[in-house]
Structure formats: structure tokens, C-alpha cells
Design a protein around this ligand. Structure first.
Ligand code: GAR
Length: 179
């Protein structure tokens, strides 16, 4: 089973759901994340683990890890999840947490990767999927796809469409139950 962590719109979550991958649980750090609506519409269990309700990030992450395990989660997918994960969480899912990011990592980590690539004037950017460690968009790469920056007007749309194809493909490869 797959657990997905989200913070925002959830278009990558939607791509996993549309690909009929076995998503059993969707967790967010933000109550208002639209991704939670997408999950509920698909009949998937949801929960919000806000930092406000816990002593610190490590405690929040442990409670979240337990909830995911209770939902049979074996692979955790970060799909627009905008918090770093702590060591206690990562130890509960060793080599089983992956992230999608809209740049050719290690270039342009962080929350504004597409804008940062445009500002840097690169000709090519792309999409990366990687295993997650404690760093910001760091960890061993699993897959990357290049996307030309021009035409700039459609860059965001083109990156998202690569993400929505690449993420389900990688998840299917990593998740025996989904093949
Ligand atoms: C995606 O572009 C994802 O790659 C990016 O957030 C967006 C979430 O969109 N993630 C990061 O920037 C991680 N550093 P979505 O909520 O529509 O899937």
C-alpha cells in the first residue's frame, strides 16, 4: 500500500489515483490542502498532522508514521509535501520514502525550483524523483527527465505534465503490489 504526503493542490496525488495505484492513506501538514479533497473524493483515508498540535516536529512525524503503518503503508510518496521529515520518521520507512521535485536535482532544491531555474537563465530544467533523506530535496536519485525552458510561457504546464507521467511510473516500479 502507498501513503502520500501532501501540502497543497495535489495534482501529483491525482496522477497516482488516476493511475489506479493502491493509495491507502493521504496525510497533510495543512488542514486546508486541496489534495485532501481529492483523496476524500477517491474514498481514501485522510488525516492532518499539524505542527501546532504536537510538541515538536519529531513527535508529529512519529504520530504520522504510526497512522501510515496502521493503513498498511509500505511506500511513502511526498507529492508537494513542504516540510522536511525527521530521522525518526525516515527510520520507520527505511529506503521507502520518495519525493518528486520540479528541477534537475541537485540544482534548484526548495519550494521555488521553477522560478529559480528561470532566474538562473538555464536552458534546460526538469523533474527529479529521489529517495528522501533529512535534507532539502536531497537523497539518491531514482529518475530524472529533462524539460527545455523555452517556450517559457508553457514551462510550468510542461513540467507538471512530466511529473504526472513520471511519478506514477516510478511508484509502479517500486511497489510490487501495483504491477
Ligand atoms: C510539484 O511541482 C512538486 O514537484 C513540488 O510541488 C508541486 C506540488 O504540486 N514539490 C517541491 O517543490 C518539493 N520541493 P501538486 O500539489 O499539484 O502535486
Amino acid at each position: 500500500m502507498i501513503g502520500v504526503l501532501v501540502s497543497g493542490n495535489g495534482s501529483n496525488l491525482q496522477a497516482l489515483l488516476d493511475a489506479a495505484l493502491p493509495v491507502s492513506a493521504v496525510a497533510s501538514n495543512r488542514m486546508g490542502a486541496y489534495a485532501l479533497v481529492r483523496a476524500r473524493d477517491a474514498g481514501v483515508s485522510t488525516a492532518t498532522f499539524s505542527l501546532d498540535c504536537h510538541a515538536d516536529r519529531a513527535e508529529r512525524d512519529l504520530v504520522m508514521a504510526t497512522w501510515l503503518e496502521e493503513h498498511g503503508v509500505e511506500l511513502v510518496v511526498l507529492a508537494g509535501y513542504m516540510h522536511l521529515l525527521t530521522t525518526p520518521f525516515l527510520q520507520r520507512f527505511p529506503d521507502r520514502v520518495i519525493n518528486i521535485h520540479p528541477s534537475l536535482l541537485p540544482a534548484f532544491p526548495g519550494a521555488r525550483a521553477i522560478d529559480d531555474a528561470l532566474a538562473a537563465g538555464v536552458e534546460t530544467t526538469g523533474v527529479s524523483v529521489h529517495y528522501v533523506d533529512e535534507g532539502l530535496d536531497s537523497g539518491p536519485l531514482i529518475a530524472q527527465e529533462h524539460v527545455p525552458v523555452e517556450p517559457r510561457a508553457t514551462l510550468v504546464e510542461r513540467i507538471h505534465s512530466v511529473e504526472h507521467r513520471l511519478l506514477p511510473q516510478v511508484v509502479r516500479d517500486l511497489c510490487p503490489a501495483a504491477r
